[in-house]
Ligand binder design. Structure first.
Ligand SMILES: Nc1ncnc2c1ncn2[C@@H]1O[C@H](COP(=O)(O)OP(=O)(O)OP(=O)(O)O)[C@@H](O)[C@H]1O
Length: 253
C-alpha cells in the first residue's frame, strides 16, 4: 500500500527582489510517496531548489501547507523546524560542507551524536556506513582537505544517513564530480533507496534522473509533468533513458 510522506497544498513561495515580487512556487499540490526516489527536474530558475528547501523545512513557504507525517511545517517556528530537520531529514548538496578541522569519522559522529547520545552505537553505525560507501578504515582519520571530491561526497552521504532519516534530500549531489565519481555516488543512492530510503533529488542530468522511479517536472513554479518510471534496474537503462528523453522533449526541456 502506498503511503504519502509529504503532501503540499497550495504551496507558494514569493521572493521580494529589489521591490519586485517574484512568485517562484505557485499553488503546488504535490504528494510524495514513502520509499520513492523522486527526481525534480526543470529548466534553470524554475524553482527546483526553492521547492526542495520548502518541503524539507530549510525555508518557509509564503503561503500554503506542507504536511509531513501529520505536521504542517508551515506552522513551525525556526527552532521547531531545526528539530524537525534533525530528526527526520538528511541533506546532500553539490557543495560538500564537511568540517575541515575534524576527521572523516568525527564529521559523521558530530551529526550522529546530535540525535543519539549512545556513542558506541553511533560509532558502530558510522563505521558500517563508511564501509558500505567504500571509505575504508585508513581514511577515517583523514581530514576533508585530504579527500577527493568523490570521497568527500560519499562521507557527506554517510553524514546525511547517520540518523536514519525518514527522507533524504539531495540538490545536484553529483554536480561537482567527474563521471566515475558520480556513478559511484549514484550507486549509493540507488542502494539506499532499494533498502527503503525515501529520496528526493534535484538534478539537471538525465543519467542521474535514471535512478529515480518518478520524475516531477517544474516549469515556472508549476508542476507540469509527472513521469512514473518503475524501479531502477541497470538492465533496463536504455529503455528508461528513452522514456525520460521523450518526457523531457514533451516538457520542452
Ligand atoms: N533567497 C532568495 N531570494 C531571492 N530570490 C531567490 C532566492 N532564492 C531563489 N530565488 C530566485 O528564485 C528563482 C528560482 O530559484 P531556484 O534556485 O529555486 O531555481 P532552480 O530551478 O533550482 O535553478 P537552477 O537549476 O539554476 O539551480 C530564481 O529566479 C532565483 O533567483
Amino acid at each position: 500500500m502506498t503511503k504519502i510522506i509529504i503532501k503540499t497544498e497550495k504551496l507558494c513561495k514569493t521572493f521580494s527582489n529589489g521591490g519586485n515580487q517574484q512568485h517562484v512556487l505557485k499553488n503546488l499540490d504535490i504528494s510524495l510517496i514513502e520509499g520513492d526516489f523522486t527526481i525534480i527536474m526543470g529548466s534553470s530558475g524554475s524553482g527546483k531548489s526553492t521547492l526542495l528547501y520548502a518541503i524539507s523545512g530549510i525555508d518557509k513557504p509564503t503561503l500554503g501547507e506542507i504536511n509531513f507525517g501529520g505536521k504542517n511545517l508551515a506552522k513551525l517556528n525556526n527552532d521547531q523546524l531545526a528539530i524537525f530537520r534533525r530528526n527526520n531529514c538528511g541533506f546532500v548538496f553539490q557543495q560538500i560542507y564537511l568540517l575541515d578541522n575534524m576527521s572523516v569519522l568525527d564529521n559523521v559522529l558530530a551529526s550522529g551524536l546530535l540525535v543519539n547520545k549512545n556513542k558506541r552505537e553511533v560509532v558502530q553505525k558510522a563505521k558500517e556506513l563508511l564501509i558500505q560507501v567504500g571509505i575504508s578504515e585508513n581514511a577515517w582519520s583523514k581530514f576533508p582537505t585530504q579527500l577527493s571530491g568523490g570521497e568527500a561526497q560519499r562521507v557527506g552521504i554517510v553524514r546525511a544517513l547517520i540518523n536514519s532519516p525518514r527522507i533524504l534530500f539531495a540538490d545536484e549531489p553529483t554536480g561537482a564530480l567527474n563521471s566515475a565519481s558520480s556513478e559511484s555516488v549514484l550507486d549509493i543512492f540507488t542502494k539506499a533507496n532499494q533498502n527503503g530510503q525515501s529520496i528526493v533529488m534535484v538534478t539537471h542530468d538525465m543519467k542521474t534522473a535514471l535512478r529515480g522511479n518518478r520524475i516531477l517536472y517544474l516549469r515556472d513554479g508549476v508542476i507540469c509533468g509527472d513521469l512514473k518510471l518503475g524501479e531502477y534496474s541497470e538492465q533496463k537503462n536504455l529503455e528508461r533513458l528513452e522514456k525520460i528523453k521523450h518526457f523531457l522533449a514533451e516538457m520542452g526541456w
